[in-house]
Design a protein around this ligand. Structure first.
Ligand SMILES: Cc1cc2nc3c(=O)[nH]c(=O)nc-3n(C[C@H](O)[C@H](O)[C@H](O)COP(=O)(O)OP(=O)(O)OC[C@H]3O[C@@H](n4cnc5c(N)ncnc54)[C@H](O)[C@@H]3O)c2cc1C
Length: 456
């Protein structure tokens, strides 16, 4: 006899949706969730901009850890697509992946998301406009919950789960041991056993995931990293795209090097924010569904992927060191006007104050060309000029660039088509597996594994 039928490690979207689906299909199952962070309502980052201005390195980061995972305070953009957000379709098939993302969307709508708009790129005139200007608009439907509604959905899901699932908050799992039958999960305060174990530790659990794979002889493969800047400009410049599509994922192949540069995480009428990954400050963005919280600006990232294999294969370490350099020079995120960047001069407080675009994030004026490798920066500049053709005003001198933005990916854990490791009954899902990189794919992977477990 084991203590639990299923143990889930990590209460991000992957873990939450596994638990939801397991309980829905079999309410008699004994399930527990170990979560390194706090319950949702206790997740409070101490940075208030007044007394605490920068990261104080809490033992567990309120932004990344806790019920809701890394996406709890995010913009809540659920992209229903196989074209980006992860490679789930390579494992489970394109149709099933889309069906599961749609299912997740229906749950979100049921638990507080109703009324939020579903945008689509299908049959869009914008696609043609992009193609005419060497830009490629990727196909997707995107549900924008917004930071506010996303929080409501998570609270409601927690209320559903809390009486049916045992939660161990502030209990990061230390080790997972394989038993003759099932697994033993060990945290600081307890040791419990289970038949099936689902690991869903996200990006913040990447180092721990590596150690588990090493201990249990599960193979892993290096992954890519995305590096670039966040662009902020008047919302009117992009409104003809964002009003129709909300988020447009546009890819451009640079003429100079043939590299691909892409837009990422577009936030109409949104705000630029700091992101903290293991004490390294990078930049991100979000926006509210509630119009009263809208700003006059739109922001999005421009990213270039780098994937190192040999002799150096730690793509994340490469980007981490670049982010550290920006932190060293700027004490955090650096901001620069596009006009200053192309004239080869740093931005300073006066130039930023003179700008017609008012920054939504307080960052240190500086020179991004001293931080971002030339090849990447050249690509970003080229793409800004390409975007200027479909959204005139993008390449304006006053367009603001914040750096650096980094999208770290976990190494890919070797899994079969059931997202199961070489140890039967041990599943790895969500961003922690390296297979997904988004709310929708991570959540879908959770539902998928729950159904597989019950099929067995
Ligand atoms: C600021 C921000 C904005 C974002 N915006 C969007 C967006 O709009 N749309 C989108 O698609 N994606 C967005 N993302 C990405 C999205 O949040 C992730 O893809 C998604 O949360 C991955 O879900 P997950 O369950 O795999 O992992 P996570 O959400 O990272 O959850 C993993 C959980 O596991 C816990 N954990 C880690 N290690 C352990 C351990 N050893 N023991 C116990 N628990 C552990 C962590 O505390 C965490 O709560 C955003 C991310 C950030 C940081």
């Amino acid at each position: 006899m084991t203590d639990f039928d299923v143990i889930i490690i990590g209460a991000g979207p992957g873990g939450i949706f596994s638990a939801y689906e397991l309980i829905k299909l079999n309410p008699n199952l004994k399930i527990c969730i170990f979560e390194e962070g706090n319950p949702l309502e206790k997740r409070k980052c101490p940075i208030d901009g007044v007394k605490v201005k920068s990261c104080v390195h809490c033992p567990s980061c309120a932004i990344m850890n806790g019920f809701g995972g890394a996406g709890a305070f995010s913009d809540g953009k659920y992209n229903i697509t196989n074209q980006f957000g992860g490679n789930l379709c390579d494992y489970i098939g394109a149709k099933e992946a889309i069906d599961l993302m749609e299912y997740v969307d229906s749950i979100n709508m049921m638990y507080g998301g109703e009324g939020s708009k579903l945008y689509s790129t299908a049959n869009s005139e914008i696609k043609k406009l992009c193609l005419q200007n060497k830009l490629h608009l990727l196909d997707a439907r995107v549900r924008h919950l917004g930071t506010d509604k996303n929080y409501v959905v998570l609270s409601n899901l927690y209320n559903i789960l809390k009486d049916k699932v045992t939660f161990y908050f502030k209990e990061g799992v230390k080790t997972v041991e394989k038993l003759e039958k099932g697994f033993k999960v060990i945290s600081k305060n307890r040791e419990v056993t289970c038949n099936k174990c689902i690991i869903s530790v996200g990006r913040s659990g990447s180092k721990w995931m590596e150690s588990v794979c090493k201990d249990l002889n599960i193979k892993t493969h290096s992954n890519r990293v995305d590096l670039g800047v966040r662009v902020e400009l008047p919302a009117d410049v992009f409104s003809h795209l964002t009003d129709k599509l909300y988020e447009s994922k546009i890819v451009y192949r640079t003429e100079k090097y043939g590299d691909l540069v892409r837009t990422f995480c577009m936030n109409p009428y949104g705000a630029v924010v700091n992101e903290n990954t293991n004490g390294i400050i990078t930049v991100n963005g979000h926006s509210y569904e509630d119009k009263s919280k809208h700003t006059n600006n739109t922001n999005f990232a421009l990213l270039v992927s780098k994937h190192f294999t040999e002799p150096f294969d730690d793509s994340n370490a490469y980007a981490e060191n670049i982010a550290k350099l920006s932190n060293m020079l700027g004490g955090g995120v650096i901001i620069q006007r596009f006009g200053d960047l192309i004239r080869g001069r740093r931005s300073n407080i006066d130039r930023i104050n003179d700008s017609f675009v008012i920054p939504t994030l307080s960052a240190t004026p500086g020179d991004l060309s001293l931080v971002i490798p030339k090849r990447i920066l050249d690509g970003i500049i080229e793409m800004i000029y390409a975007l200027d053709k479909i959204a005139p005003g993008t390449a304006n001198d006053d367009t603001l660039l914040y750096g650096v933005e980094v999208k770290f990916y976990n190494m890919t854990v070797e899994l079969d088509n059931n997202l199961e490791t070489c140890h039967k009954g041990l599943y790895v899902i969500g961003d922690g597996s390296g297979v997904t990189h988004s709310l929708s794919h991570a959540s879908a992977s959770g539902v998928f594994v729950a159904r597989k477990i019950l099929e067995q």
